[in-house]
Design a protein around this ligand. Structure first.
Ligand code: GDP
Ligand code: ZN
Length: 387
């Protein structure tokens, strides 16, 4: 059985308290978060004083959508009206399967579409909506990648200044954790929540293996900080079937990426939701502009209730987030809400005297697990993140 993750200690006497005063939450949430938990804390929110100019726009990378396709060709001819719109369902070394509705065509990419201007090492990813010109023998050329409404990227292994788009245009992220075997790892949940917010995906937190709990009150208590923050939390057991119908409802009609560490029951859950599901995993490579190839496995699984599920180890292992240290707080609304009360305007809430956040943790007003995540993630981030 996996051990509990090691938690950062603040001071030995700072123990989590069980008594909670929830009155502060009303102020923070002001009802807004219920409607839109993802964007509540976007750019205009509290930033440590004096750091404004240092701030990197959280969404810069997202906004750099692949728009470099010109309206005219290199030879001056206008873009053709016979381009067809489709969705990239599979990516291999330098070819792409594009689902055009009535048919799926194998496509290449117009040479002028280059990765380097986009901030990403791959031009086209699974999930992209693209415009395709059809040539002979049912071969197509991807002429243009349409703006992405969401994306999940990770830093490129060889070129960390650039990101690699793992999948785009996904609606939501199902973050799976297990009550036991392996035990919930809150920090990973919190990292996925950040990734979901960065990628503009709605997060769904799913606690699986609840059949292993002695008392449901235990897991309800442990997961309550997420519910208090407005996140949807599902409680499931792929073994007993509990909560599966509700999970199915949440997946229907949506494009969902499934994340969570190995063994938490992601495959079991998907098979419980969709007993007919073909869980084959395809080996694919992402083509990068520099000629590098990174192998990943991506599968798009169509659900009978509509929508589909994207499952890839590339996403599962995504513990990596590209956040500047002082921006981290933006993803912890309960900390952001108190930052103004700290003695120092640029308080990092990790070690400073007069920190209102540490005080709130001591008083049990901020859940210990969330604060521990904040600290651990903070320390894992580079002090200056250069884009
Ligand atoms: P994945 O690596 O996240 O895809 O996890 P799997 O679906 O392969 O499941 C890992 C193990 O956990 C398997 O032995 C499953 O039978 C078991 N498992 C999955 N879901 C549950 C559950 O709800 N309860 C219990 N007790 N075991 C489960
Ligand atoms: Zn502070």
């Amino acid at each position: 059985m996996a051990k509990k993750p090691k938690r950062k200690k603040i001071k030995p006497n700072r123990k989590p308290k069980t008594v909670r005063d929830r009155s502060w939450k009303k102020e923070i949430l002001r009802g807004d978060i219920e409607d839109d938990p993802l964007f509540e804390f976007s750019t205009e929110r509290v930033v440590p004083k004096g750091r404004e100019e240092e701030r990197v726009n959280l969404w810069t990378k997202l906004e750099r959508e692949v728009r470099q396709a010109p309206d005219t060709r290199a030879d001056g001819s206008p873009v053709s009206s016979d381009w067809k719109e489709g969705v990239v369902v599979r990516v291999s070394t330098s070819t792409y399967d594009v689902d055009l509705g009535e048919q799926t065509v194998l496509c290449g990419v117009r040479g002028s579409l280059s990765a380097t201007q986009t901030g990403y090492t791959n031009v086209v990813a699974v999930g992209d909506r693209v415009l395709v010109s059809l040539g002979q023998a049912d071969h197509g050329i991807i002429e243009k990648v349409l703006p992405r409404r969401s994306l999940l990227a990770r830093p490129d292994v060889l070129n960390p200044d650039l990101g690699q788009v793992v999948v785009s245009n996904v609606d939501q992220m199902l973050i799976v954790a297990a009550w036991e075997e392996p035990r919930i790892w809150f920090e990973l949940i919190d990292r996925y929540l950040i990734a979901a917010a960065q990628g503009r995906m709605k997060p769904l937190v799913c606690l699986n293996k609840i059949d292993l709990a002695e008392d449901p009150a235990d897991y309800h208590t442990e997961m309550s900080p997420y519910q208090d923050l407005g996140y949807t939390v599902l409680f499931t057991s792929a073994l007993t079937g509990e909560g599966i119908a509700e999970l199915r409802t949440h997946l229907a009609g949506e494009a969902t990426v499934v994340t969570g560490r190995s063994g938490v029951g992601k495959s079991s859950l998907l098979m419980a939701v969709e007993p007919e599901l073909d869980l084959r995993v395809e080996e694919v490579s992402y083509y990068s502009g520099e000629g590098k190839h990174t192998t990943a496995q991506v599968s798009l699984l169509k659900l009978t209730g509509g929508g589909y599920v994207v499952d890839t180890p590339g996403i599962r292992e995504l513990g990596l987030i590209t956040v500047h240290r002082h921006e981290l707080v933006l993803y912890f609304p309960e900390i952001t809400a108190l930052a103004g009360a700290c003695r120092f305007g640029d308080c990092s809430h990790t070690h400073e005297p007069g920190c209102a956040v540490v005080k709130a943790v001591e008083e049990g007003k901020i859940p210990w697990s969330r604060y521990a995540s904040y600290q651990t993630i903070y320390e894992s981030l580079p002090e200056y993140y250069t884009e």
